[in-house]
Write a protein that binds this ligand. Structure first.
Ligand SMILES: CC(C)(COP(=O)(O)OP(=O)(O)OC[C@H]1O[C@@H](n2cnc3c(N)ncnc32)[C@H](O)[C@@H]1OP(=O)(O)O)[C@@H](O)C(=O)NCCC(=O)NCCS
Length: 327
């Protein structure tokens, strides 16, 4: 371990990868640091052992008490011809006793040393704001990738086309999602892979949280899909996949999203959308407007693969709120 203010009560912390059973202390630490009461079942949903594996480094004192945690949530990402596993740091923290001692920084560096390579996690990305954004760039060697692409609209403004060609159906259908992604994926030159497997992992089975799946279909063909979450009076449009063939599919989908918001008593709808100019133009016509993110969240990334060009990814990357763990 390198130099720095590491010594805690005269003894060096141990930094090591996750072992089965650590989840109890990690989740307790998470609840303490973030002032939450997250059940262990939600940790299990968020850090499944399969299919992408668990990517977690932790620091503990000699007595085995957890001091810092750096974990990443993995997904497959396509960038040009490459498909790689990308990790998003989530639930990262140091405990109050370990704060500003550099234990966290050392835990992060051990994480990168162990997993930041072309086979494990060739790409790391996240959406920090404020001091964490600055820390990411200055201390943790992340690169700036630009804003998240934040959009808003008052609920109740959705417009419907006369004689709709598309029927919007509700419910998660992994086969339809696979089929839509297969036709749509070429529109997203740099994007997390939104197939049925990922959508199922990301938006089903989360304890205590309901997501609404909507798919605009023409006959049996899925043309666009949305995932929505209601939080109080806010409608969060968590994900969008569109095959790009007919803007009317987007109009109908947007109308259905709006109807969910109206029925749930929402006043405002929010969306992250970046890297799809056609969808952005369509949604602008439907009354959505791009704004600065209220907490100035921005994307950052770090690459560990010679063929991943972060500048190119920053120019083209597709981002929705569902890429983050904030919805
Ligand atoms: C963010 C967090 C993990 C940083 O942990 P830490 O124990 O301070 O980390 P380190 O000791 O390794 O600090 C590394 C450097 O980060 C920077 N830094 C950390 N916290 C900072 C703060 N509040 N303001 C400004 N800079 C800060 C400093 O440059 C610091 O180095 P310094 O102490 O020599 O100035 C910790 O504050 C934390 O757990 N916060 C609550 C949970 C959280 O917000 N997690 C991040 C979610 S995105």
């Amino acid at each position: 371990m390198g130099s720095g203010r590491l010594a805690m009560s005269g003894s060096e912390p141990v930094i090591r990868p996750f072992r089965d059973g650590d989840e109890v202390a990690i989740n307790e630490g998470f609840n303490r640091v973030f002032g939450l009461d997250r059940p262990l079942s939600e940790w299990r949903w968020k850090f499944p052992a399969v299919p992408e594996g668990r990517w977690i480094m932790l620091a503990e004192d000699v007595g085995g008490r957890l001091l810092a945690h750096y974990g990443a949530s993995p997904m497959q990402l396509q960038a040009g011809d490459l498909v790689v596993r990308a990790g998003q740091p989530v639930d990262v923290y140091s405990t109050p006793e370990a704060r500003r001692t550099k234990v966290f920084t050392h835990c992060y560096r051990a994480f990168i040393e162990a997993f930041g390579n072309r086979d494990d996690l060739p790409l790391m990305y996240g959406f920090p704001g404020g001091v964490h954004y600055e820390m990411g760039l200055t201390q943790l060697a992340y690169e700036p990738m630009g804003p998240v692409g934040y959009w808003r609209r008052a609920v109740g403004r959705g417009r419907r086309v006369w004689l709709p060609r598309y029927r919007v159906v509700r419910g998660f259908d992994p086969e339809a999602a696979d089929e839509l992604w297969a036709r749509a994926r070429a529109r997203y030159p740099a994007a997390g892979i939104r197939d049925g497997s990922w959508l199922g992992r990301r938006f089903t089975g989360r304890p205590g949280v309901e997501y609404v799946f909507l798919t605009a279909r023409h006959k049996t063909r899925a043309a666009a899909s949305a995932v929505v979450r209601i939080v109080g009076e806010r409608l969060l449009w968590a994900d969008l996949v569109w095959d790009g063939e007919d803007p009317r599919a987007l109009v109908e989908l947007d109308y259905a999203v709006d109807a969910v918001g109206l029925r749930s008593g929402c006043t405002e709808a929010e969306l992250w959308l970046r890297g799809d100019d056609e969808a952005a133009a369509g949604l602008t016509r439907l009354g959505w407007s791009a704004r600065p993110h209220p907490e100035n969240l921005r994307m950052v990334a770090r690459a560990f693969h010679p063929d991943l060009d972060l500048r190119d990814i920053a120019r083209r990357v597709y981002v929705t709120m569902g890429d983050s763990d904030l919805v």
